[in-house]
Design a protein around this ligand. Structure first.
Ligand code: GDP
Length: 219
C-alpha cells in the first residue's frame, strides 16, 4: 500500500505540466524602498505593478511569478506605502507599487505619489507598467491618468483581474470596452489568479519587456 502511494506520487511529478514549473524560479525579495537612495542600482530592466487596493495585484504577482507568497512581503505592515523591489532574474526586477484608491488621480500624483514614485518613473531600467484593474469595475476614466503618468517610451499592460467572477459574455464586453480607453497606448487582457486565466499571456508579456534592451525600449 505504502509502495503504491510512492509510485503514484512519482508519476504525478513526472507528468507535471511545464507551466507548473516556475518561469521565475530565482525570484526573491530585494528591498522595500522608502527613498530613491534605497532603490537597487538603475541597471538592467524592471516592470512596475500598480493597482488600487483590493484589485488583486498581490494575487496577480504571485500567480505570474508562481510563488505563492512573494507579494505578501509588500503587505507587511509598514511596507504598504513603500516601493517593493523583487529580483526575478539577475538585473531583471518587478516593482510592486503601493496599492491605493485613485478616485482622483491628479491628487494622487501630486500628494500621495511623492518624489519616490517620480524617481521610479525616470529610471532608465523601467520598461513599463502592469495595471491591475478589477474586471467587474472595468477601466474607468481615472485609470487613464496612469497612461498620462508613464513616459512615452514605457509600455502599459492592463490585467482585467478576477475574470472568473464574470461569465463569458461579460468578460468579452469588459475587454471590448477597455480598448477605446487605452487608445492604442496600452494593451489589455483578462486575468484570473484563481483560475489561472491569462497567466501565461501575462508571463509572456512580462518576460518580453524584461528581455528588451534599452535600445529597443521605444519600439
Ligand atoms: P491587492 O490588495 O490588490 O493586492 O489584492 P489581493 O491580491 O490581496 O486580492 C484582494 C481580494 O481579491 C482577496 O480577497 C483575493 O482573494 C481576491 N482575489 C484576488 N485575485 C482573485 C481572482 O483571480 N479571483 C477571485 N475570485 N478573487 C480574487
Amino acid at each position: 500500500m505504502r509502495g503504491r502511494r510512492i509510485v503514484h506520487y512519482r508519476r504525478a511529478s513526472a507528468l507535471l505540466p511545464l507551466e507548473h514549473v516556475s518561469r521565475f524560479h530565482q525570484a526573491r525579495f530585494l528591498i522595500s524602498a522608502a527613498a530613491p537612495a534605497q532603490f537597487p542600482p538603475d541597471v538592467g530592466a524592471e516592470v512596475a505593478f500598480v493597482g488600487r487596493s483590493n484589485s488583486g495585484k498581490s494575487s496577480a504577482i504571485n500567480a505570474i511569478v508562481q510563488r505563492r507568497a512573494l507579494a505578501r512581503t509588500s503587505k507587511t505592515p509598514g511596507r504598504t506605502r513603500l516601493l517593493n523591489f523583487f529580483e526575478l532574474a539577475p538585473l531583471r526586477r518587478l516593482v510592486d507599487m503601493p496599492g491605493y484608491g485613485y478616485a482622483n488621480v491628479p491628487q494622487v500624483e501630486r500628494r500621495a505619489w511623492p518624489p519616490l514614485i517620480d524617481a521610479l518613473r525616470t529610471r532608465t531600467s523601467l520598461r513599463g507598467l502592469f495595471v491591475i484593474v478589477d474586471s467587474r469595475r472595468g477601466l474607468t476614466p481615472a485609470d487613464e491618468g496612469l497612461l498620462a503618468w508613464v513616459l512615452p517610451g514605457h509600455r502599459v499592460h492592463v490585467l482585467l483581474s478576477k475574470a472568473d467572477k464574470l461569465n463569458h459574455g461579460e468578460a468579452a464586453a469588459v475587454l471590448r470596452a477597455a480598448a477605446p480607453m487605452l487608445s492604442g497606448r496600452a494593451t489589455a487582457q483578462l486575468f484570473s489568479a484563481l483560475k489561472g486565466t491569462g497567466v501565461a499571456q501575462a508571463q509572456d508579456t512580462l518576460e518580453a519587456w524584461l528581455a528588451c534592451s534599452i535600445i529597443e525600449k521605444g519600439s
